[in-house]
Ligand binder design. Structure first.
Ligand code: H79
Length: 426
């Protein structure tokens, strides 16, 4: 037909660049893992283990796991508060779990009764509330969606039902209609797939789904877990021309920058979903260090929170996110809308970003001794001004060892890490 479906996999480099520009400039997003698994909170029959994977960890039968729905009644849930926490942290987008591997739908789905409206006493569409709150706050909204589904008999080869599982039936009559529903109802900017490694799923199915979803919403940004190219937890693609827009390192950061788009997703404590006994919180300093590391290498940082069964983001996460926000308030221009320098690091503690036009260089340092900083790989032209972000007056600097040395003020603004802005004479 003359109206042959557009092949979104053949998009030009420049069209893709335009589509992903806001996302890449954003640099920092907040991941939210929330579902029925917040009820057991990492404990089943008196035994610890598992978070959002608890159904698998303890081999909980579907009929048992389903009972958590009746207990899901998060009276403290407030979408605006969550969005305020993200915004206050300096995150520019949110990715929320519409459905994790357990198969429970966190929105008002007409395709199943295994959803928040029909199966819980809560009966509120949290995805609608979050989407609306994001829109009101000027934050982009995305959805995490698991291809693997432990609840749908047709999706689960191990399910003991009379009928043989029919994965294509699950794909065509459940997965795709649910995704169409999510796009139509909540207009997500990002779809973040996972559980693509279930053996029934193929690269070809991933490509079909990619085209289907972009036909529904051409501006959608979709991660590489829609297909099969992901190289395990390292997250980048194993082959060329794979479906998806960006690589997804999980709980790790690339060793150096990449020609491909990428986003590192990481937890603040050990788990994605809420676990009551997980108190292993990373420090605010470490989280800010990770954000700087990712930005210097041209990636995005998707930092996770796991709200509890009452609907509250754990206080240790809230505190750390607020510290990140304070840091970004002073230093934002070195992170948002920047690009990576090939030479992204000097020594252990000095990293670089650049304004997208390449004119301004930012040197970010997190440790220093004495009252001066020497940088050898940046060569400011005569007449350049060097600022410390947070202080209006330029610093005194001199050429040294092919690079430069600046004298730091007695009092540094803020904590954790500081930014030198190297601005050439106009
Ligand atoms: O949602 C969070 C986790 O529940 C989920 N991804 C984040 C964002 C997650 N799924 N699986 N895992 C984490 C770990 C699973 C690893 C393995 Fe594999 C699955 C090992 C073997 C199969 C990854 C995929 C490595 C090979 C294929």
């Amino acid at each position: 037909s003359v109206f042959a479906q557009k092949n979104y996999l053949e998009e030009s480099t420049s069209a893709k660049k335009q589509r992903l520009q806001w996302w890449q400039d954003a640099r920092f997003g907040m991941f939210i893992h929330w579902g029925l698994y917040a009820v057991p909170a990492g404990e089943y029959n008196g035994k610890d283990g598992g978070a959002e994977w608890i159904m698998d960890t303890h081999k909980i039968p579907t009929s048992e796991y389903e009972k958590y729905a009746a207990q899901f009644n998060p009276q403290k849930f407030n979408a605006k508060e969550w969005v305020n926490i993200a915004k206050g942290a300096g995150a520019k987008y949110i990715v929320f779990t519409s459905k994790h591997h357990d198969g429970f739908s966190m929105w008002d789905s007409k395709i199943t009764n295994y959803d928040i409206m029909d199966a819980t006493p809560f009966k509120r569409d949290v995805i609608k509330e979050l989407a609306d709150a994001c829109k009101a706050a000027g934050i982009e909204f995305g959805l995490y969606h698991s291809i693997m589904d432990w609840h749908q008999p047709d999706a689960n080869p191990k399910q003991k039902t009379e009928q043989k599982p029919d994965f294509s039936k699950y794909r065509e009559e459940y997965l795709k209609p649910q995704l169409a529903e999510l796009i139509k109802k909540y207009d997500p900017a990002i779809l973040w797939f996972d559980g693509e490694w279930t053996p029934e799923w193929t690269e070809e199915q991933g490509k079909d789904l990619y085209n289907y979803l972009r036909t529904l919403k051409p501006s959608l940004i979709i991660n590489n877990r829609i297909g099969k190219a992901r190289n395990s937890m390292a997250g980048m693609n194993k082959y060329e021309n794979a479906a998806g827009d960006f690589g997804t390192p999980e709980q790790e950061i690339l060793k150096s920058n990449s020609k491909d788009y990428w986003e590192s997703c990481m937890t603040i404590n050990n788990n994605w979903g809420f676990v009551k006994n997980d108190h292993n919180w990373k420090s605010a300093e470490k989280l800010i260090d990770n954000l700087i590391d990712v930005a210097a290498k041209g990636g995005n940082y998707l930092l996770n929170v796991g709200p509890d069964a009452q609907g509250e983001i754990p206080e240790p996460s809230v505190e750390r996110l607020a510290e990140m926000g304070k840091w970004l308030d002073i230093n934002k221009q070195a992170i948002y809308g920047t690009k990576s320098l090939t030479n992204y690091k000097e020594g252990d503690n000095i990293r670089f970003t650049q304004s997208t036009d390449g004119k301004i260089t930012y040197a970010i340092f997190d440790k220093h001794s004495g009252d001066e900083i020497k940088i050898s790989s940046i060569h400011p032209k005569a007449g350049s001004k060097i600022y410390l972000l947070g202080i209006d007056k330029p610093l005194t600097w001199t050429k040294s060892n092919g690079g430069f040395t600046v004298k730091l003020p007695a009092e540094l603004p803020g904590k954790y890490a500081w930014v030198l802005k190297i601005q050439p004479a106009a």
